[in-house]
Design a protein around this ligand. Structure first.
Ligand code: ADQ
Length: 743
C-alpha cells in the first residue's frame, strides 16, 4: 500500500510540475499582453486629451481644466487625469488621484525632462495603477504635463484567476488520475495477484485449489499464470513425495523387512483374507527336452520381484502357461504347487491359443504398449486385430480370477503390469466388493506420448477399475494422473493423488520396487570365487578389469549405446585395451517379434565390429553370452566384475542395478547407472550417466575403474543400505497396506 501511495504522489507531483510550468508561461504571456494593451490605450487617451488640454492649459483656464478632469474620475478602468505645470505642481486633477505621490511626480518630471511620453506602474493606496505622462507644450517649450491614470488591478485579477483555474484543473486531474490508477491497479493487477497469492497459499497449506488459469485471461499475466500453475503442481507433487518419504523414514526405524516379517505382517493385516496374484509371465516355466521335463525361472524383473513375496506368504498366482511342458504337469484345475522343489504356493495356469499369443502378447503388448510407454524412439504399432485379442485375453484372465474368487468373501487381487490393463475393470464389474490393486512395472509416459494410442480411453478406464494403482516413481504417477485428466471425465484430487470416476475412487501411489535382500545368494563364499575364476578361464578372459551387463535382449536396455561407449573408452584410453573385458549376458526375449529379432542381430554385429577393431591389438573387449542364465550363474558374474553397466534408454525401475549391489557383500565394485531408470532416483551413489552420451559413459568407465577402493566401499555401503532399507518385502508390505486400507 505504501508503494502505491508513493507512486501516486510521484504521479501527482509530475503532473503538478507540468501544470505549474504551463501556468507560469501562460501567466507571463497574459501579463505582457494586458500591460501592453493598457499602455497602448493610455497613450491613445493621453494624446487625445492633450489636444484638448494644451490650448486651455496655455490660456490658464484652471476652472475649465478642473471641470474637464472631473469628468474622467474613476470610470471603470480609467482612474483619472492630472495636469501639472512645468515645476511639477498640480494644476488640475481628478479627485481620485492623490495630491502628490513620489511615483507620479517622478513620471511627470521625466516626461517633461525628456519631452516625451513616460509611463510606469505604481500604487495608489491599495490600488495598482498605470501612470502615463505626456509633456504639454507652448510652441517649442515644455510648459507642463498631462498624466493619465488607469486602473491596473484587473491585470493582477486576471493573473490570479489563471492561477486559480489551473489549480482547480490540477486538483480535478490529480483526483481523476489517481482514481483511474487505483481502479486499474485493482482490476488488472491487484485482483489477479490476490487470487494467485490465495491459490499458492492454499496449495502450500494443502487445500484444494482452483486452476490458476481460471483466475484471469489477461495477456499481462499469462507467463506468470503458467509459472504459478507449474509451481502449484510441483508443490502438490513435492508434498506427496515428502509425506511418502517421511513415512518411509519413520518405518526405517524398524528392523529390516524379511520374508518372515512380511509373513507375520500379512497374517496380521489380512485377517484370513486370501491374495490372488495375476500376471502374464509365470514364475516357473516347464519345458521338455529329450523326454525329460525340467523348469526354469524366466528373465523377468516382474517375476524376480514378485516371487519372493509369494514364497513368503503363499496364495495363488494366476499366469499364462507358456512352457511347452506346462500342460503336462498341472492338475485338472490347471494348478501346480511351486517352487517345484519346495512348494509354497499355487500356480494356476491360463492357456492361450497361438493366435491369442500373437495378437495379444507379440502384437498389442510388445509392439504397441511397450514402445508406447518407453521413450526409446521405437515406433509403437497398433493393429485393430491385436487390440481385439488383447481384450479377449484380458477377459480370459478376468474369468480365471473370477472363478478362483467365487467363494471368497473379500478377496484381494494384485494384478501385475501392462499386459492386463483391462482386468481390474472386468473384475470390479462382476465383483464390486473385491479389492483390486494394479502395479505398472514399466514407465508411464507423458500425456502427449500416450495420446497416440487409439484405445487409450478404454485402457485408462480398465486401469481405473483398480482401487490402488502403483508405479515405481512419483513422476510416473504424475504422468498417469495428467493423462487421465486429459483423456477422461473424472475428478482428480492432486493432494491425495486419487481419481474418482463413476463413484469409484482409485488411489495412485509410487512404490519403488526392489529385490529380496538379503537373498541367501550373496554370501561371500570361496566357492563362488572359484566358480568365477573357472568361468573366466573357460571364456579365456585374463584381463585385469571386468565389466558386466545383464539384460534381456531388449532395445530399451541401451546395449548398443553401452557397446559404443566401450569402444570410445578403449580408443581414448588405449592402455586399457589389453586390460579390460566387458561381459554382456543377454537373455533372448520376445524372439517372435520382428523388432527383437533385428535388435538381437544388431547387438551381435556391433559386438563383432568392435571386437574386430581391437583385434589387431590382441584384445577381445566384448564377450557376448546370448542365453538364459540361472540366478545363481548371474550372481557369479556380478561378484567378479569391477563395474556393472546399466545403460537403459528408459526403464521403470531396473532390478539388475539392485541385484549387482545385493551381490557385492565384499563392498567393492562400481555401478554405472542410466539416469533414465527409476532406480537412479534411489541409488545416488552410483555413477549416473546419460546413455545417449557415449563420451560421458566412456569417462564414467574410466572413473569407475580408477576409483580408490576406499571410495568404492563408501559408495557400495551406502547403496546396500538403500536396498536393505527398502527391499521387496517392504515393498509388498507397503502395497498391501495401501490396498487393505481401502477395503
Ligand atoms: P525387466 O524389463 O525385465 O523388468 P529388470 O528390472 O532389469 O527388467 O529385470 C530383469 C530381470 O531379469 C533381472 O532379475 C535379471 O537378473 C534377469 N535377467 C536379465 N538377463 C538375464 C539373463 N541373461 N539370464 C537370466 N536372468 C536375466 C520390468 C521393467 C523394469 C522393472 C521390472 C520390475 O521393465 O523397469 O524394474 O519390471 O518391476
Amino acid at each position: 500500500m505504501r508503494q502505491i501511495i508513493v507512486a501516486l504522489l510521484l504521479v501527482i507531483t509530475v503532473v503538478a510540475l507540468i501544470v505549474a510550468a504551463f501556468t507560469i508561461s501562460q501567466v507571463n504571456r497574459e501579463d505582457q499582453r494586458l500591460k501592453s494593451d493598457l499602455q497602448y490605450r493610455s497613450t491613445l487617451l493621453a494624446e487625445s486629451l492633450k489636444e484638448t488640454v494644451e490650448p486651455n492649459f496655455i490660456n490658464k483656464s484652471d476652472v475649465y481644466l478642473q471641470s474637464m478632469v472631473e469628468k474622467f474620475t474613476d470610470k471603470e478602468r480609467f482612474a483619472g487625469v492630472g495636469i501639472y505645470d512645468n515645476k511639477g505642481n498640480v494644476v488640475a486633477a481628478s479627485a481620485t488621484i492623490p495630491e502628490a505621490t513620489s511615483a507620479a511626480s517622478e513620471i511627470v518630471a521625466n516626461a517633461m525632462d525628456a519631452d516625451k511620453a513616460n509611463g510606469g506602474f505604481s500604487t495608489f493606496g491599495e490600488r495598482k495603477v498605470y501612470l502615463l505622462a505626456v509633456p504639454l507644450r507652448n510652441d517649442q517649450s515644455v510648459v507642463g504635463a498631462l498624466m493619465v491614470v488607469q486602473n491596473a488591478n484587473y491585470i493582477d485579477d486576471r493573473i490570479n484567476e489563471i492561477w486559480k483555474n489551473n489549480l482547480i484543473r490540477l486538483l480535478v486531474q490529480a483526483f481523476l488520475l489517481s482514481l483511474a490508477i487505483l481502479l486499474l491497479l485493482r482490476w488488472i493487477i491487484y485482483q489477479p495477484i490476490k487470487s494467485l497469492v490465495e491459490t499458492l497459499r492454499m496449495a502450500r497449506s494443502g487445500d484444494m485449489v482452483q486452476d490458476p488459469g481460471q483466475i484471469t485471461n489477461s495477456l499481462l499475466f499469462r507467463p506468470l499464470i503458467k509459472e504459478v500453475s507449474s509451481i502449484k503442481r510441483s508443490l502438490l507433487e513435492a508434498r506427496s513425495t515428502a509425506s511418502e518419504e517421511a513415512r518411509l523414514r519413520l518405518e526405517k526405524l524398524d528392523s529390516p523387512w524379511t520374508a518372515q516379517r512380511l509373513k507375520e505382517f500379512m497374517l496380521d493385516i489380512l485377517k484370513g483374507r486370501s491374495i490372488f496374484m495375476v500376471s502374464n509371465r509365470e514364475p516357473y516355466i516347464h519345458t521338455k527336452k529329450g523326454g525329460k521335463i525340467s523348469y526354469y525361472f524366466p528373465a523377468s524383473g516382474m517375476v524376480t520381484a514378485i516371487e519372493p513375496i509369494m514364497q513368503a506368504c503363499g496364495g495363488t498366482w494366476i499366469a499364462y502357461g507358456s512352457g511347452d511342458a506346462d500342460k503336462l504337469i498341472v492338475n485338472r484345475n490347471d494348478k501346480i504347487k511351486v517352487p517345484p522343489d519346495e512348494p509354497k504356493y499355487t500356480l494356476k495356469r491360463v492357456w492361450l491359443t497361438k493366435e491369442e499369443e500373437v495378437g495379444y502378447y507379440d502384437g498389442f503388448c510388445n509392439e504397441g504398449l511397450w514402445p508406447l510407454c518407453h521413450i526409446s524412439h521405437t515406433r509403437p504399432i497398433f493393429r485393430k486385430e491385436d487390440w481385439e485379442k488383447y481384450k479377449e485375453v484380458n477377459q480370459k484372465f478376468a474369468d480365471a480370477v473370477l472363478a478362483e474368487i467365487k467363494n471368497q468373501e473379500r478377496p484381494i487381487i494384485l494384478i501385475q503390469d501392462f499386459h492386463l490393463a483391462l482386468v481390474p475393470r472386468m473384475i470390479k464389474t462382476e465383483r464390486p466388493g473385491a479389492v483390486v490393486g494394479l502395479f505398472w512395472h514399466i514407465p508411464w509416459p507423458n500425456p502427449e506420448s500416450f495420446s497416440i494410442c487409439p484405445w487409450k480411453r478404454e485402457l485408462l478406464d480398465g486401469i481405473l477399475g483398480s482401487d490402488v494403482i502403483g508405479f515405481h516413481t512419483q513422476l510416473h504417477c504424475n504422468n498417469f494422473i495428467e493423462t487421465v485428466g486429459r483423456e477422461l471425465e473424472s475428478l482428480i484430487d492432486f493432494e491425495q493423488f486419487t481419481v474418482t470416476r463413476n463413484n469409484h475412487t482409485s488411489s495412485v501411489k509410487p512404490f519403488p520396487i526392489s529385490i529380496a535382500f538379503p537373498n541367501g545368494l550373496a554370501k561371500d563364499d570361496p566357492n563362488s570365487k572359484m566358480e568365477g575364476e573357472k568361468i573366466l578361464k573357460e571364456l579365456k578372459i585374463n584381463t585385469k578389469y571386468i565389466g558386466i551387463g545383464v539384460d534381456r535382449l531388449d532395445y530399451t536396455k541401451g546395449i548398443l549405446e553401452r557397446f559404443k561407449a566401450i569402444e570410445i573408452f578403449l580408443s581414448k584410453y588405449p592402455l586399457y585395451q589389453s586390460d579390460f573385458t566387458f561381459i554382456q549376458i543377454a537373455a533372448p526375449s520376445r524372439t517372435t517379434v520382428k523388432k527383437y529379432q533385428e535388435f538381437a542381430k544388431e547387438v551381435r554385429q556391433e559386438a563383432d565390429r568392435i571386437n574386430s577393431v581391437f583385434k589387431a591389438h590382441g584384445s577381445k573387449p566384448i564377450v557376448l553370452m546370448e542365453r538364459h542364465h540361472s540366478h545363481e550363474e548371474v550372481q557369479i558374474f556380478y561378484k567378479l566384475a569391477n563395474i556393472c553397466l546399466v545403460t537403459s534408454l528408459h526403464d521403470g525401475m531396473n532390478l539388475v542395478a539392485k541385484e549387482f549391489i545385493a551381490a557385492r557383500d565384499d563392498e567393492k565394485g562400481v555401478l554405472i547407472l542410466s539416469q533414465y531408470t527409476g532406480a537412479s532416483r534411489e541409488l545416488k551413489d552410483a555413477i549416473l550417466v546419460n546413455p545417449y552420451n557415449g563420451e560421458q559413459t566412456a569417462e564414467a568407465i574410466k572413473t569407475s575403474l580408477e576409483m580408490k577402493p576406499s571410495e568404492q566401499t563408501k559408495r557400495m555401503r551406502n547403496l546396500r543400505e538403500v536396498i536393505k532399507n527398502y527391499n521387496i518385502y517392504r515393498w509388498s508390505a507397503e502395497l498391501l497396506k495401501a490396498i487393505v486400507k481401502l477395503g
